[in-house]
Design a binder for this molecule. Structure first.
Ligand code: AMP
Length: 311
């Protein structure tokens, strides 16, 4: 598979890489990490990483602008995105060939060439293994910038090597990547420094979450609460894991009210919860997934279903 991917990359002069909406460090890391690797090893190719830039990821990378006409005859690669609805960018179908590289469950097997590995901690870890194949068979070199991006993606998706998706391979890859001379302290600051307001909201969350005897927990963060704490809906992505530290917790859901929807962020320590997310048009990993609902009645439904999963 990896050989086929590299052979395909070798064939195209124009390559456009997409990733999912609401990007996180693995989306940016796998997308821009792959871009840097291709650029470094094939300097004559035109390679672009596209999508709506996320300001909070300024420290990681920027995004490129590509005209629709550029897609003609191009290879389009989508990283870290399980389903087409979550692909950021409108023209991804307009290239010559579409390739999916992802570690989410393959609920939507789009693309002409597809490489999905759900046992990989992150898509960035998959890109590193693509690099290993490239190194062995095609003489690929790693660069400091690609190493920094891939490391960030792995750290982000493993919750700093804490989640059970972290494997021996993950640590081996990380230990290879830190041989490169990037500033890890700066990277961690970019990823984990929190606004003071967010810490206050975290305190609110710890005070206001509800948990039943089976460890099913939830907390609702409505618009008024977010405003009161001066925190945006997207800032809250840094809080989702926090409830995982609560003793006896089984699975939890955080509801975040946005302008036109209520974001449902689900996490679990045991029961598979992406099936619940899928019932509301969402998806993700078995133990970390998300969806959107459009009323507080649906919120109550999700809570009831989560409680059933923990029984
Ligand atoms: P989040 O809570 O945004 O960090 O998302 C956790 C995981 O669920 C990530 O792997 C996302 O890719 C996935 N996810 C979140 N929302 C959705 C959605 N609406 N549809 C499919 N997957 C989602």
């Amino acid at each position: 598979m990896k050989r086929q991917i590299i052979d395909t990359i070798e064939k195209y002069d124009k390559i456009i890489i997409h990733r999912h909406v609401r990007p996180d460090p693995d989306a940016y890391g796998s997308q821009s990490g792959l871009k840097e690797l291709i650029k470094a090893n094939y300097p004559d190719k035109q390679v672009y990483a596209v999508g709506k830039h996320e300001e909070s990821l300024n420290f990681l990378a920027q995004q490129d602008q590509v005209d629709r006409s550029f897609y003609e005859g191009a290879l389009v690669i989508v990283t870290d995105t399980g389903n087409t609805e979550r692909i950021d960018g409108e023209f991804y179908t307009e290239g010559d060939l579409l390739m999916k590289i992802d570690h989410h469950p393959d609920a939507d097997p789009y693309g002409d060439v597809k490489w999905v590995n759900t046992s990989s901690s992150s898509t960035s870890e998959m890109i590193y293994s693509l690099f290993e194949e490239g190194r062995e068979s095609y003489g690929w070199k790693m660069t400091t910038d690609a190493a920094r991006l891939l490391f960030a993606g792995i750290v982000g998706d493993t919750g700093r090597f804490l989640f059970p998706s972290t494997t021996v391979t993950t640590f081996n890859v990380a230990s290879e990547l830190i041989n490169f001379d990037f500033d890890r302290t700066e990277l961690f600051a970019g990823m984990y420094e929190v606004k003071r307001e967010l810490l206050h909201l975290k305190g609110y969350m710890y005070q206001n979450f509800t948990m039943d005897d089976n460890g099913a927990a939830f907390v609702k963060l409505n618009k008024a609460t977010l405003e009161q704490f001066g925190v945006t809906a997207s800032d809250t992505s840094q809080l989702v894991g926090a409830l995982g530290d609560v003793q006896g917790i089984c699975a939890w859901v955080i509801f975040i009210e946005e302008e036109d929807q209520i974001r449902v962020r689900l996490r679990s320590k045991g029961p598979v919860i992406n099936t619940l997310a899928a019932q509301y048009g969402g998806g993700g990993h078995p133990l970390a997934s998300g969806a959107s609902v459009y009323s507080w009645e649906e919120v109550e439904e999700v809570i009831t279903k989560l409680k059933q999963l923990c029984m």
